[in-house]
Design a protein around this ligand. Sequence first.
Ligand SMILES: Nc1ncnc2c1ncn2[C@@H]1O[C@H](COP(=O)(O)OP(=O)(O)OP(=O)(O)O)[C@@H](O)[C@H]1O
Ligand SMILES: [Mg+2]
Length: 421
Amino acid sequence: MATPGDPVLAVKLAALKKIFRPASPIDDRELFRGRTRELVKVIGAVQELGQHAVVYGERGIGKTSLAYMARDSFRQTSMGPSLAVRIPCSADDDFASVWRKLPPRLVSELDLLEPSYAEELSSTVDRSKSVIDANEITPDVIARALHLISSRVPLLIVLDEFDRIGDLGSPTLFADLIKTLSDDLIPCTLVIVGVADDVDGLISGHRSVERALRQIAMPRMSPGELREIIVGGFAALHERAGVKITLAPQAESTIVQLAQGFPNYAHLLAGSVGEIALVQGLENAGTDVLALALKHALEEAQQSIRTSYTEAVSSARTDAQFSTTLLACAMAKVDELGFFAPADVRDPLTEIVGKPRETQHFLHHLKKFSDEPSWILEVRGEGRKTRYRFRNPLMRPFVYMKGLKDGYLTVETGSIRPKSK
Ligand SMILES: Nc1ncnc2c1ncn2[C@@H]1O[C@H](COP(=O)(O)OP(=O)(O)OP(=O)(O)O)[C@@H](O)[C@H]1O
Ligand SMILES: [Mg+2]
């Protein structure tokens, strides 16, 4: 067991935290795992003149990380200096305010270029700023500003968190801009990144630019890809910090099942296992270490998820049943958009509590979960057609992890299931 404050341990922990990073996207190609098809598509788009890309999918699925890989590939294939900027969008933004963020971002990119070249380009960036500042900001004005820069240096712009843009008219203006860039052969690539079930939910008017806009749907990660994050992560730790930690196959497969396709949970759990193993000086980590890691990971999970879980399961009457119903919701069979019907909750709940449960026993729980203040579930349809899904898909793995930690679930012959009562 290492002592707290041990400087050697601190170095190893720092290396571990750079590898397993549940809260930040991957910008290091060596740590980027899987996603081969999506990478090929996005790289194809950034390398082809007149092509742009839209990357969409669930929250926390790895969209920004993919955009960083596209940026890397763009820089490498540009043969010479290039400018690649990421603009994060927010709820206060509209078309104009997004583009007002461009000049300062370009200036900080210039700092990364060779000084003589940066100096040469800075007057171009200034001119594009004047174009943006002097005019009402329309797609044509932005196309002009982008043309100024991209005629001097290859230019890539990632518009991240695009779904957060508050102004409803903006998505059409972005589609118009893509059309102009593409028709006028302006050598600037846009990569639009955001949370959405489909492209329609992200950018309206995209049909008019279908040929110019490569659509990249980010699915949940496959078990193989999640395994790559875990195994590849520990291999990187060995390489970078000389520490060997081997995970028992059952611990590895439990992490993969708990993560449910979300890479950040693979990072969170594998990172917690790694931390415990480093502190305890273990080379092999089994299910006992994973059990400790689970507790740690639940405490380290996103604050918003933890708060929203607590709000959902707490009650004036100490009704412990809320947590079991929520767990059954997390285990319910879902359609391709993640929705389940009340009837889908019945069987898992019956298994969890060990006695027959009918819809009338828990329907009021579903109502509470989908109402103020919890809002943990979102509702579609009415009456018999009512369907529910987790508003934040990252809640489902959290509820699973909690169920395992609290003893409602167990790992039997390699799979997670309700503990028999
Ligand atoms: N291909 C990958 N290989 C390894 N780790 C990944 C990969 N993609 C994503 N991750 C990890 O998953 C987590 C979420 O990634 P990222 O921030 O890119 O997702 P996102 O879809 O942009 O999330 P959000 O919807 O919150 O913006 C991060 O911890 C990141 O390090
Ligand atoms: Mg992101």
